[in-house]
Design a protein around this ligand. Structure first.
Ligand code: ADP
Length: 801
C-alpha cells in the first residue's frame, strides 16, 4: 500500500514519510490499515521486532489527532519515552504538539491537557489516572507498546489495570496494542475487543541458527563454515568473522559480571580492526564515559570502549548506556555485550546477534533456568539493519551435538509462549484495588469485581471464583490497616487516599507507618507474639499468610496502646537516619541488596549492635525468612548511610558489590520512599516528620547534615559542597557573599564551574576574570602535587551521575 493511499491521516504525513525514505507500507502495516487503525478501530498487532510497529502507532495517533482527538502512547521504560519523544517531535512542525510525562509520580500533569500526543510510562499513566488528570477523559486513542509485558510479574499488572481503567473511563476509546509475536495474540485481542494483525513478516531476512563445532547450523537446514581458532572461544570467532564482513555483533549474556567479562575479552578482538579516525573518536568517547562517574565500572567500560567494544547492563549509569547505544548505532563500537535489558525495545540493530547464555539464574527455581522463547526471540530480533545488511543472523552456541539439537528444538523452531496475566499476585491486587477504590472507580465489592472483569486476568481465568477470594482477602487487609472503610459502601480513608496518591504498595505504607510509630523500640520487650487481628473477636477468618500487619508488637489492650503512644513521642528523639534507611529498605517497594555468602554473619552482628536504631522490633533469628529479609534491609540501609556520609562512590560499589546504576537506583527509591514517609508522618501527626525530612535530604544529595543547604545549590553536588565547606563556605548565604578567590581555590581552579555555582547561589558578580585561586582553599588531596588537574578527576559532583 502506497503511503498516499492511507485514509484518515493528515495530508502532510505521506510526504513526511517519503522524506524519511518510506514509500509504501510494510505488509503488516497495510493489514493494520485495512483493519481500521486509521479510522478509530482497536487493534492488537503481534509482529516481530523491527517490523515497523512504531509506524502503526503513528498512523493510529495522527489519524485520531486529525479527527480532533488526543492520543496517548504508553511505553514500558523511561528510556523508551525519550526515544519516542524524539521520533515524534518531527510532527511538531506540522502543528502536532507532543508532551512527555515520566517524572514525579505526584505531578497531576495538567500541562499535558494542551498536548495532542502524550508519551508516558505505564506507571506514570496509572498515577495520572489516580490523581485525576482531567485530560484522561478526553483521550481518543491509546497505544500500548510492548503489551506482551503484561506477563511481567513486577510491572505487568499496572499496565493491565491501566488499560482496563482507560477503557472504562472512555468506552469508545481506540486501543492499539503492539506486541512481540506471542502464542496467544488472539486472547489479547479478545480482551481488548480489538481486531488482530498476527504476522511473522520481517523487512529483512532473519536467519536463526546455532554455532556448533566449526559451522553455523541454520533452522532451514543449511550450514556455513565459521572456524574457531584453537586460541579462541566461539564468540570471539563470530565477532572476528563479522568484523571481516564489516558488521557489528550484539552478544547477550545472563549476568552483569558476564557482560563485563565478555566485553573485556572481545575488546581484544575488536581492537585490531580499528582505523586511526575510529581510534581517535573512541578515545574521546572513553573520556566522556570516565566523566560520568568515578567508579571501577566506569573505568572498565571506558577501557573497553577505547578498543571498540562495550558492555551494557542495568548496573551502568543511564548516561553510560546511552553513550554506548548511540556509538553502536553509529557503528563506532563494534561489539556490545549486554544483559537482556537491551533487548527490551531500545533500537540497536546489529548485523549479528549471539545469544551466548540461554539459561539464567532464578532464585525461584533455585538454579539455572532456560530463558523463554519469547525472550530469546526478542534478542534475536535485534539482528539485521534494514537498508544496511543483506540479512541478519541470530545465533545460539552449542557445546555438543545433543545441545545443538536441543537449541534448534527449543528456540530456533519453537513458537513463543502465550502471555499470562500476573494480576492475581498479592502486591498487585493490594495496590490496584486500593487505587481503584480511592479514585472512585468502584465503591462496592460488586463494582470492584465488575471492574476486574475488564482485565486480561478475567478473560484468562474464565470462572470468577478465584477472583472473589483474592478480592475478599485484599479488602480485609486494606480495612485492617485503615486504608479503607466499609460501611455499606467501600471508601478510601484519608490515609488510604494518601497512600494511593503516593503510589506506594499499601504494604510498604503499613510497614512505614508501623515503623514510625514504633521508633526507638528496644528489643527488651520483644516477643514472638503476633499482633492479633483487630477483628478476630468478631469471628472473622484468620488472614492468609502474607497479609499480616507489619508490626510484631502487641497492641491488644489499652495499656499496650497507651504505651505505644508513649514510645512514639519519646522515640522520635532516638530516630536515626540509619533507622529510617533501614525502614524504607525493608518495604516491598525497595529492591533490597542481595545477601552474599558471608554477609549473614556480618550483618547479623551489625543488626545487634545497632538494634536500638531500628524503627520497630527486629524479628527473631529463628524466623529465618523474615530475619534474612531484615538483614538484606540492614545491608541496603548501610549502603544508603554510606552514601549520605559522603563515602566515595567507588568505595560503596566495591564494599557492596554493586554498580553506579544500582547506587543511583537505591538512592532514588529511598528518596521517594522517605518523601512518602514524610507525607504519612504528617498525615498521622507524628512528631518524626522533621527527622524523616532531613534523612531524605541527606540521601537526595548524598551529604552529611551540615552540607544539605550547600549541596542544594544547582551545580554544587556532594563533592564540591564538601570542598567549599572545608574552605569555610558553609551555607548558601556564605556562597552568595563569598570571596571569589576562595571559591575558585576550593573548586580546584575551574573558572567556568565556579562562575556557574556563584550564579546559581545568587552572587552579585560571578565573573572569575582576573581572580586567582586562593591556595589555602584548595582541597587537601590536591595540595602537594601542585597541579590540581593532575588528579585526573573531573568529577564535579557525584550527585549528578
Ligand atoms: P519495531 O517493530 O521493533 O518497533 P520500528 O518501528 O522501530 O520496529 O521499525 C524499524 C525500522 O523500520 C525503523 O527504522 C523504521 O523507520 C523502519 N520502517 C518502518 N516502516 C517502514 C516502511 N514501511 N518502509 C521502510 N522502512 C520502514
Amino acid at each position: 500500500m502506497d503511503v498516499a493511499d492511507v485514509p484518515g491521516v493528515p495530508s502532510w504525513f505521506a510526504d513526511h514519510l517519503r522524506e524519511g525514505g518510506i514509500e509504501s507500507l510494510y505488509p503488516p502495516q497495510a493489514e493494520a490499515v485495512e483493519a481500521g487503525v486509521t479510522t478509530g478501530d482497536s487493534l492488537v498487532a503481534s509482529i516481530p521486532t523491527a517490523s515497523g510497529k512504531t509506524l502503526i502507532a503513528q498512523l493510529a495517533m495522527l489519524s485520531a489527532v486529525q479527527r480532533g482527538g488526543k492520543a496517548l502512547y504508553i511505553v514500558p521504560l523511561r528510556a523508551l519515552a525519550s526515544e519516542k519523544r524524539e521520533e515524534f517531535s518531527a510532527f511538531e512542525e506540522y502543528g502536532v504538539e507532543i508532551g512527555v510525562s515520566t517524572g514525579n509520580y505526584e505531578d497531576s500533569g495538567e500541562w499535558l491537557s494542551q498536548k495532542d500526543i502524550i508519551v508516558a510510562t505505564s506507571e506514570k499513566v496509572d498515577s495520572l489516572v489516580r490523581n485525576g488528570a482531567p485530560w484522561i477523559d478526553d483521550l481518543d486513542c491509546v497505544v500500548s507498546d510492548e503489551v506482551h509485558l503484561v506477563d511481567d510479574a513486577q510491572r505487568g499488572p499496572t499496565l493491565e489495570v491501566t488499560l482496563a481503567k482507560l477503557r472504562r473511563v472512555n468506552p469508545n476509546l481506540q486501543v492499539v496494542a503492539l506486541s512481540a509475536t506471542v502464542g496467544n495474540a488472539d486472547e489479547m485481542a479478545e480482551w481488548l475487543d480489538a481486531e488482530l494483525v498476527d504476522s511473522d513478516w520481517r523487512p529483512i531476512e532473519l536467519r536463526k541458527g546455532v554455532h556448533y563445532g566449526q559451522a553455523l547450523h541454520f533452522g532451514d537446514g543449511s550450514q556455513s563454515e565459521l572456524r574457531v581458532k584453537s586460541s579462541e572461544k566461539p564468540t570471539e570467532a563470530i565477532v572476528r568473522h563479522t568484523l571481516g564482513e564489516e558488521g557489528s555483533t550484539l552478544v547477550f549474556v545472563n549476568s552483569r559480571r558476564n557482560a563485563e567479562g565478555a566485553a573485556k575479552r572481545l575488546a581484544n578482538t575488536t581492537a585490531g580492526w580499528l582505523d586511526g579516525e575510529e581510534k581517535r573518536q573512541l578515545a574521546e568517547l572513553a573520556e566522556e564515559i570516565r566523566d560520568v562517574s568515578d567508579t571501577e565500572t566506569s573505568d572498565d567500560l571506558a577501557d573497553c570502549v577505547e578498543k571498540g567494544a562495550a558492555f551494557h547492563h542495568a548496573g551502568c549509569a543511564s548516561d553510560h548506556r546511552s553513550i554506548v547505544e548511540d556509538a553502536f548505532r553509529d557503528r563506532l563500537i563494534k561489539c556490545v555485550c549486554a544483559t537482556p535489558t537491551l533487548a527490551a525495545g531500545v533500537n540497536t540493530p546489529s548485523r549479528r546477534v549471539v545469544v551466548r547464555d540461554w539459561r539464567r539464574y532464578s532464585g525461584e527455581a533455585g538454579g539455572m533456568k532456560p530463558l523463554s522463547v519469547l525472550e530469546v526471540h526478542q534478542m534475536m530480533g535485534r539482528a539485521g539493519r534494514p537498508g544496511r545488511d543483506p540479512y541478519g543472523e541470530a545465533l545460539l552456541l552449542a557445546n555438543s551435538h545433543d545441545e545443538l539439537q536441543e537449541l534448534l528444538d527449543r528456540y530456533v523452531w519453537a513458537d513463543p509462549e502465550p502471555v499470562h496475566s500476573k494480576l492475581a499476585a498479592e502486591p498487585a491486587m493490594r495496590t490496584h484495588l486500593l487505587a481503584t477504590i480511592a479514585s472512585g472507580f468502584a465503591d462496592s465489592r460488586d463494582a470492584l469485581l465488575e471492574f476486574l472483569e475488564g482485565t486480561l486476568y478475567a478473560t484468562q481465568s474464565g470462572e470468577s471464583g478465584q477472583l472473589d477470594q483474592v478480592v475478599d482477602a485484599t479488602l480485609a487487609y486494606l480495612e485492617r490497616n485503615d486504608f479503607i472503610e466499609r460501611d455499606g459502601r467501600i471508601e478510601a480513608t484519608n490515609l488510604g487516599h494518601t497512600v494511593s496518591r503516593l503510589y506506594l504498595d499499601p504494604m510498604s505504607a503499613a510497614e512505614i507507618i508501623d515503623g514510625l510509630q514504633h521508633t526507638g523500640q528496644s528489643s527488651a520487650g520483644r516477643t514472638t507474639r503476633r499482633k492479633p487481628d483487630a477483628d478476630a473477636s468478631a469471628g472473622e477468618q484468620p488472614e492468609p499468610a502474607g497479609f499480616q500487619q507489619a508490626s510484631e508488637l502487641d497492641a491488644d489492650d489499652e495499656a499496650g496502646v497507651a504505651m505505644e503512644q508513649q514510645t512514639a513521642s519519646d522515640g522520635s528523639d532516638d530516630l536515626s537516619a540509619f533507622g529510617l534507611y533501614h525502614l524504607v529498605s525493608r518495604t516491598p517497594d525497595m529492591y533490597e541488596l542481595y545477601l552474599r555468602s558471608g554477609d549473614r554473619e556480618e550483618y547479623t552482628q551489625v543488626a545487634y549492635e545497632r538494634e536500638v536504631e531500628f524503627c520497630g522490633a527486629m524479628p527473631s533469628e529463628f524466623e529465618e525468612e523474615r530475619f534474612d529479609d531484615w538483614l538484606a534491609a540492614v545491608k541496603t540501609g548501610l549502603m544508603l548511610e554510606d552514601w549520605a556520609d559522603e563515602t566515595d562512590e567507588d568505595e560503596i560499589a566495591e564494599k557492596y558489590g554493586v554498580g553506579p546504576g544500582d547506587i543511583r537506583g537505591k538512592v532514588d527509591t529511598a528518596e521517594w520512599l522517605l518523601g512518602a514517609a514524610e507525607s504519612l508522618a504528617s498525615e498521622l501527626d507524628l512528631t518524626t516528620v522533621t527527622q524523616v525530612r532531613e534523612a531524605r535530604k541527606r540521601v537526595q544529595h548524598g551529604v552529611g547534615e551540615e552540607l544539605i543547604d550547600l549541596a542544594g545549590v544547582r551545580g554544587v553536588g556532594r563533592k564540591r559542597a564538601r570542598r567549599l565547606f572545608d574552605a569555610g563556605i558553609e551555607t548558601r548565604a556564605d556562597l552568595r557573599n563569598a570571596d571569589k578567590s576562595v571559591v575558585l581555590g576550593a573548586l580546584r581552579g575551574r573558572r567556568q564551574t565556579a562562575e556557574n555555582v556563584l550564579e546559581a547561589a545568587g552572587h552579585q558578580d560571578a565573573s572569575m576574570e582576573g581572580v586567582t585561586p586562593d591556595a589555602d582553599a584548595q582541597p587537601v588531596e590536591d595540595r602537594g602535587d601542585g597541579e590540581d588537574e593532575a588528579a585526573g578527576e573531573d568529577q564535579s559532583s557525584l550527585g549528578d551521575f
